[in-house]
Ligand binder design. Structure first.
Ligand code: GLU
Ligand code: MG
Length: 665
């Protein structure tokens, strides 16, 4: 999750003094890079995926389930300078740190070539090798790297192994000990500085699912400890024992780890030039909420069934560093209205900030023949000073707005050794702002040494909304699908614009419980038309599988056509068969024929003998759910059939998936 500088991190009270310094130098770094790399042409369509894991301790003998927080040596050993780094390189993979000390992130070492069909079928094998290396490195019985989007018992009683109590001063959480946070000093500092800038702990309230014995939605939540941990400092207002930040009828969470401790699947694609990157970004704006809905995998938070199926808004809340004033609430006493933003003119240009820094994107990048300024109808706040500077330096209106919007945020973690930088060669100040704007899409800028024709990364788009799935088969399917879809959009030059306020609405709908069967999403159906958007509300089935009635071809048929046109002649039949299975999975998920992970998890809990229909997930049920996840990730034949149904299940079994890890050994 971004830049890892080494050094002495600054407390918020010190770092905020440099906020303007970081922004003004960050803009110069951006401009220096832009001047050099705007002329890049004909870059290859390279791409890569990122998978986040959590290490879970699952003891079948004692039926105990814990989050394993003392296996971070796995990451150390497999990362640069680690004793098994070479094994990672030999397997063409790289391991990276993530927010949680219990987390791993892994990517391919080398990018895939999106113009070669064969490369799409290296992805799954590469993912299997990543998981296998992690399994081998853990070397303790009963601890597994699982690709669960959210740990169901996060913040419930004594949920860590080794046992640790929540009394940490970085998060001040009532539920999560600071020991769950990655030990690299950036992460606890990030946690504390978000809280300090905000002036209070983060407060995440997710609607509780109402079952027949669920407590009254007006009643206080008895699972919130009635205690105060700290004498309040950092100008934080006193929170009373009956926590006013907790909304009745909701699952209350008070710490960054509830969000940034979740796992996702991301893909990054390189465009051939700046103009194609802008086109791809804009084309994916409304694909993002759809991919979130179809990968839904998180119906449980802090041991409760939620009345939603995904992680997204939990993370939004978990890193929401806006002050109450910025959120349009009553300001706190003796607390700056705008954090580290002291320029009065800039303050006036921003007014209030409607969304967290982790949220859906607010504006199109434009610069395409289809773009109209009326599509950008959210009026997202911008930092006027940054916007003016970019505009007068030659960036167009939309690019200046895009970065002007990112630069409304303060840098959250600064290292005293890295305050002065060489703006000709370094990008850390820019990246500091860029990489803590966690939106559904990230528009990645080349570094200053990315001169035309160099092999340094060029203009890239990262697609970030997808939830992680339990198996690498699924993660490969979603990665391959989203990249082929992107390639199809570029190939056919579809016009995917609709008012961005409708995309915002789609994002909310993507959160809803069983959105597949109960929701419709706005889509532009006249994608072959350069005129005004014809927008209809379609089910995910209609969107992914197509609908004659709605005159919408469907995303899966689009991908199939593209593959036939682009690769038809030299496609390997085994590859095509696998692609069919990937598309079968996504098609089934979108139509509801194959339940989403979230729906399946709900079923596992609600049918569990220990469940009392009270929306509380018993530890025994959480254990069985994680055991199921573990068996599924190993493609246990019975589990695979239960989860995917006969068609995909039998195909996986017939193709030897159940012994895939044994074969890697
Ligand atoms: N784990 C975060 C998520 O689930 C993403 C962190 C990152 O940017 O890598 O969205
Ligand atoms: Mg990550």
């Amino acid at each position: 999750m971004g830049l890892l500088s080494l050094g002495t991190p600054l407390h918020w009270n010190d770092s905020k003094k440099y906020a303007d310094h970081v922004r003004s130098n960050g803009v110069i770094q951006l401009l220096n890079s832009y001047k050099i790399s705007q002329g890049r042409e004909n870059d290859k369509f390279y791409w890569g995926d990122e998978i986040e894991y959590m290490m879970i301790s699952l003891d079948e003998a004692s039926r105990s389930l814990k989050l394993s927080i003392d296996h971070d040596y796995v990451l150390t050993n497999l990362s640069e300078d680690g004793k098994n780094y070479q094994a990672a390189l030999d397997n063409d993979v790289l391991f990276h740190p993530e927010y949680g000390r219990f987390m791993l992130e892994a990517t391919p070492l080398n990018p895939y070539d999106g113009t070669s069909l064969g490369d799409y079928f290296k992805v799954e094998n590469n993912m299997h090798r990543r998981r296998f290396l992690a399994i081998k490195e853990i070397q303790s019985e009963n601890v597994y790297p699982l690709t669960l989007t959210a740990f169901p018992l996060m913040g419930v009683d004594d949920f860590c192994s080794p046992s640790t109590l929540p009394k940490g001063c970085a998060s001040k959480s009532l539920f999560l000990p600071d020991e769950i946070i990655n030990k690299h000093v950036r992460f606890p500092t990030l946690t504390a500085n978000i809280r300090r800038r905000r002036g209070q702990k983060v407060a995440i309230n997710i609607p509780l699912y109402k079952d027949k014995n669920t407590r009254s939605l007006d009643a206080a939540d008895p699972s919130i400890p009635k205690r105060e941990l700290f004498p309040y400092s950092d100008n934080e207002p006193h929170l009373s024992a009956v926590n006013p930040a907790a909304k009745p009828g909701h699952i209350y969470m008070d710490s960054m780890g509830f969000g940034m401790g979740s796992s996702c699947l991301q893909v990054t694609m390189q465009a051939k030039n700046l103009s194609e990157a802008r086109y791809l970004f804009d084309s994916l704006v409304n694909i993002a909420p759809l991919m979130l809905a179809v990968t839904a995998a998180a119906p449980i938070f802090r041991g409760h069934l939620a009345d939603q199926d995904v992680r997204w808004n939990v993370i939004s809340g978990a890193v929401d560093d806006r002050t109450p004033f910025e959120r349009n609430e009553a300001p706190l006493e003796n607390h700056p209205l705008y954090g580290g933003q002291t320029d009065v003119e800039v303050q006036k240009s921003m007014l209030r900030i409607p969304k967290s820094r982790y949220d859906s994107i607010d504006q199109y990048l434009g610069g395409t023949e289809f773009y109209k300024s009326s599509y950008n109808d959210l009026n997202a706040p911008i930092n006027k000073k940054v916007y003016d500077k970019l505009l007068e330096s030659g960036l167009d209106e939309e690019l200046s707005r895009h970065f002007g919007h990112l630069f409304i945020r303060d840098p959250l973690v600064l290292f005293s050794e890295r305050i002065e930088q060489d703006n000709e060669t370094e990008m850390d100040h820019f990246e500091n702002i860029q990489s803590t704007n966690w939106q559904t899409l990230r528009f990645k800028v080349p570094s200053q040494d990315s001169v035309p024709n160099s092999n340094k990364p060029g203009w890239r788009i990262e697609l970030r909304p997808m939830e992680i799935s339990l198996t690498d088969f699924e993660n490969a399917a979603y990665s391959v699908f989203s990249v082929l879809l992107s390639r199809a959009y570029i190939h056919y030059r579809f016009n995917n614009y609709l008012n961005i306020s409708l995309v915002e609405d789609n994002m909310k709908r993507a959160h809803h419980r069983d959105a597949i069967n109960r929701e419709k999403f706005y889509v532009r159906t006249n994608i072959e038309d350069s005129g005004d958007a014809y927008v209809q509300e379609l089910t995910l089935d209609e969107i992914f599988n197509g609908s004659e009635k709605r005159k919408f071809k469907g995303l899966i048929p689009i991908v199939k056509d593209f593959v036939a046109v682009e690769f038809g002649h030299d496609a390997n039949p085994d590859d095509l068969e696998k692609l069919d299975m990937y598309l079968e999975l996504i098609s089934g998920r979108a139509s509801g024929a194959t339940p989403t992970t979230a729906t399946y998890f709900r079923k596992l809990i609600s049918e569990h003998p220990d469940y009392k229909y009270d929306s509380i997930v018993p530890e025994s049920a959480a254990f069985d759910l994680c055991l199921f996840a573990k068996k599924l990730s190993e493609y246990n034949p019975t589990t695979v059939r239960q989860f995917f149904g006969d068609k995909i299940g039998n195909w996986l079994i017939a193709h030897g998936y159940s012994s895939i890890f044994a074969k890697l050994d």
